[in-house]
Write a protein that binds this ligand. Sequence first.
Ligand SMILES: Nc1ncnc2c1ncn2[C@@H]1O[C@H](COP(=O)(O)OP(=O)(O)OP(=O)(O)O)[C@@H](O)[C@H]1O
Ligand SMILES: [Mg+2]
Length: 265
Amino acid sequence: MAATFTSTVEDTTAVTYAARIEHVSKSFPVRGTPGGSQLVLDDITLDVAPGEFVTLLGASGCGKSTLLNLVAGLDRPSAGSIGTDGRPALMFQEHALFPWLTAGKNIELALKLRGVAKPERRQEAERLLGLVRLEGAYGKRVHELSGGMRQRVALARALAQDSRLLLMDEPFAALDAITRDVLHDELTRIWQETGLSVLFVTHNVREAVRLAQRVVLLSSRPGRIAREWTVGIPQPRRIEDSAVAELSVEITEELRGEIRRHGQH
Ligand SMILES: Nc1ncnc2c1ncn2[C@@H]1O[C@H](COP(=O)(O)OP(=O)(O)OP(=O)(O)O)[C@@H](O)[C@H]1O
Ligand SMILES: [Mg+2]
């Protein structure tokens, strides 16, 4: 088995990638089968360039979250190596905000963990709330916010980590289509304004094409890179743009083929 390590590069002078995934495989032990294991990811090699927006697309259960968790350093690969340019920020489908804190204090907590001095936190939290277009929500508690507003706060909190790489796992999947559409626009704008690198997981083909510069399709059982597309459609795009629709049809065909070949979990 190849050497396994996960590295985080802190000296950015020589870094030419935001994330580097090299020959990564991941197996999980099978419960009740001593010594048995299930291969979930098989020999994944993928770079995310600085400032690049990549979407990782695949059927349910193909290993997208597993790969994202490995890049986040939450788990270790069974084989291969992963490097990231600094510590990545994470955003999931569930906002994971602390309900006993206000929106502003949730963000300030991330700033505190980053080492931002107390007197500066309030102003920075307000700035980040402005960036996600939630001016005035500083004192609101989580239960007072709509689903879309909660995801905006979660995005602001992720941005508060000041990471160069943002990892997103179906962050808008639970939102209605209109709210999701608005958040796509906001995410594109923030990505363009900040120069962040984004690795975004979804099983929604339209969403993948709407957002990304590059769409990477994972096969299932085990997850392998099946194909990738460079998306040259100029931003800002609309999800209903004909060019977005056309490429989505092509990618959906390919995804259907993957599901037919391997079955869906
Ligand atoms: N900690 C774990 N232990 C054992 N098996 C796991 C673990 N995490 C994930 N798996 C298995 O790995 C496979 C891939 O799971 P993963 O959550 O990465 O899929 P996914 O592509 O994110 O799916 P979805 O689109 O439904 O979120 C599944 O078969 C799952 O049961
Ligand atoms: Mg998942």
